[in-house]
Design a protein. Structure first.
Length: 153
């Protein structure tokens, strides 16, 4: 859970604080755990929510999206990066993305949440989740191409 918190908080002390607050909240809400998901998944979601709460408190607001203008974006199931690019390079490039893409993409690619879960965690619609993940993937691919080739083309 510490590493999950650290991915969001980027600071060991902040991650420890967020994790500790999440553990206290989990202990407080233990009676609400119903076994619908594994205990680890339940706890992980509490840790992520606590990290996001702390980030929001620091005025790191996510950009709202006008859903009427965007419409629905289909996921690309064939999304890939070039051979030779490792997970650490991908994680590093995700960190450099604008925040509006970084957190949805982290939740989707690294934490494995689906759009319904991301929409609940970030308090956005599923359409906004799909859009942010899609655009984040595109931007990430462009950055990884630049990293590998020196240009975006």
């Amino acid at each position: 859970m510490y590493y999950v918190a650290l991915r969001f908080m980027k600071d060991t002390m902040e991650a420890e604080d967020a994790m500790q607050e999440a553990f206290i909240k989990a202990f407080d809400k233990l009676h609400q755990f119903n076994g619908e998901v594994s205990f680890g998944a339940w706890l992980k979601r509490i840790v992520i929510n606590k990290c996001l709460d702390r980030l929001k408190a620091r005025k790191m607001e996510l950009v709202a999206i006008n859903e009427q203008v965007l419409g629905t974006v289909e996921d690309q199931e064939d999304w890939q990066v070039e051979d030779g690019i490792g997970i650490e390079e991908v994680k590093k490039e995700i960190e450099n993305l604008p925040e509006k893409y970084k957190y949805p993409l982290m939740l989707y690619l690294i934490e494995g949440y689906d759009h319904e879960e991301i929409s609940e965690i970030l308090d956005i619609s599923q359409v906004a989740s799909r859009t942010l993940v899609h655009r984040g993937k595109k931007k990430l691919q462009d950055e990884l191409k630049t990293l590998r080739n020196g240009t975006g083309y």
